[in-house]
Ligand binder design. Structure first.
Ligand code: RM4
Ligand code: MN
Ligand code: MN
Length: 430
């Protein structure tokens, strides 16, 4: 029988940390009460956050140069779901998995769905892959997919997306995310307007096939793998496309898909205002689409993004229903540990954003008091809500310290023995 993390493992680890966490939680509760904040309300918010983990983030990623497999890493979808279940057991904020097709095509969707359900998991947005060729594929995506100059290639790429919808329906998913690598490496290679027109035409075909109750998410990216131009390069183009498509199409923001220093929180606010925010692929980056762990490079940015989200949530903005997903590539860490750490950082930013005194902020804005407006945000950002997050997790059945409990359980060591390495193909993640 494969080793499984049990409630006992978690309880045992929680026992060791309990006194310190409870003391810190009480102290935080008193400090927040002085600011008129009810700590229990925030615990409830922390427990309400839900973030999907990417099936492709559960194995070791790689760069364009090399991939160094980790011990005991999952070798197929079932093993990935085992690991995703552990991430959920310990964090209690990641009950869903987002599948990449064909990297993680379920052999038997009903069996996969049942396997996941037995482990407390459901399926979030499906993801198509027309940015690389598969062995059995008739036509190549070397020069594009949904926007290829050859209509037959475009048709093949559309058909792949329809297959994702079919699989997703069998799994109980309710959204589909399209990211394409289409673009040009050289000026003149791609006719900008024609390529975008083909993109829209292809997406119309996918949109028309969306099952009842589903949403279509499209993901922009400024460069890579194309190094000169991409067809869906920015949020403005994305917004234009989803507006053309109809009410069930939305723009997804992957934090790594913008030029350095772009004001992403403002893009988020714009998409909220236009009723077109699909949700997120969370990660962090220093240079480009580095797919580093959420909050590892620019924690203040994640806070500012959540500040916009919480503002919209509290204002009950009509139609506001963003989907949260992680999209990371783990090259030097244990993927399960990185996903746990990232999920905790998102919960932290979410709770901190709830700490912003919005009435006070509005007053400073009205008085043009720039310094105090920033100070109001910083007061929330500087508050260490770690004990609150720990208690929220533990009360929901998770661990005070997910990574600590994971290591103490010996999960990875046991999986290393159970999962003898088999050669995995595929290079980097883009
Ligand atoms: C892309 C994009 C997609 C992801 C692939 C692996 O850069 O972020 O969302 O599925 O990478
Ligand atoms: Mn992404
Ligand atoms: Mn990416």
């Amino acid at each position: 029988m494969p080793f499984r993390l049990t409630a006992d493992h978690i309880a045992e680890h929680n026992r060791q940390g309990r006194d310190a966490v409870e003391e810190d939680f009480e102290h935080l509760g008193r400090a927040l009460r002085r600011r008129g904040v009810d700590v229990e309300r925030l615990v409830a918010r922390a427990q309400a956050l839900q973030v999907a983990v990417p099936s492709w983030g559960l194995g070791t990623g790689g760069t364009r140069f090399a991939r160094f497999p980790g011990p005991g890493e999952p070798r197929d979808l079932y093993e990935k779901l085992e690991d995703a279940a552990v991430v959920q057991q310990l964090t209690r904020v990641t009950p869903a998995v987002s599948l990449h097709i064909p990297w993680d095509t379920p052999d038997d969707p009903a069996a996969v769905k049942a396997f996941a359900a037995e482990r407390g998991l459901v399926f979030d947005a499906m993801n198509s892959n027309t940015f690389e060729d598969q062995p059995d594929q008739e036509r190549s995506y070397k020069f594009g997919s949904l926007t290829h100059v050859d209509e037959a290639v475009r048709r093949q790429a559309i058909a792949h997306n329809l297959e994702c919808l079919r699989l997703g329906q069998a799994l109980g998913a309710r959204a589909h995310t399209v990211w394409i690598g289409d673009g040009g490496n050289f000026p003149g290679q791609v006719h900008f307007r024609r390529a975008l027109a083909w993109y829209l035409e292809s997406l119309r075909a996918i949109y028309a096939a969306l099952p009842e109750g589903w949403r279509l998410f499209i993901e922009h990216k400024l460069y890579e793998p194309a190094f000169y131009s991409t067809v869906l390069n920015d949020w403005g183009t994305s917004y234009w496309v989803v507006s053309q498509l109809g009410p069930r199409a939305f723009s997804l923001v992957d934090l790594g898909h913008h030029a350095p220093n772009v004001n992403i929180e403002m893009i988020v606010a714009r998409l909220i205002q236009f009723g077109k925010l699909a949700g997120f692929h969370f990660n962090d980056s220093k240079y480009g689409d580095d797919d580093l762990d959420a909050g590892s490079i620019k924690p203040f940015q994640i806070f500012l993004v959540f500040n916009e989200l919480v503002d919209a949530e509290l204002e009950k903005t009509p139609g506001f229903d963003p989907a949260y997903m992680l999209d990371q590539s783990h090259n030097v860490t244990d993927p399960a540990e990185s996903l746990m750490a990232s999920a905790a950082e998102l919960a932290r930013a979410y709770v901190q954003a709830h700490l912003v005194d919005r009435a006070e902020l509005a007053e400073h804005q009205e008085r043009n008091d720039a310094l105090m407006a920033l100070e109001t945000l910083k007061r929330a950002f500087r508050t260490d809500v770690s004990p609150l997050l720990a208690v929220a997790r533990q009360r929901a059945g998770g661990a005070f310290d997910p990574v600590g409990a994971f290591r103490a359980s010996g999960y990875r060591r046991r999986k290393d023995a159970e999962r003898p390495a088999k050669r995995r193909t595929g290079g980097g993640i883009v």
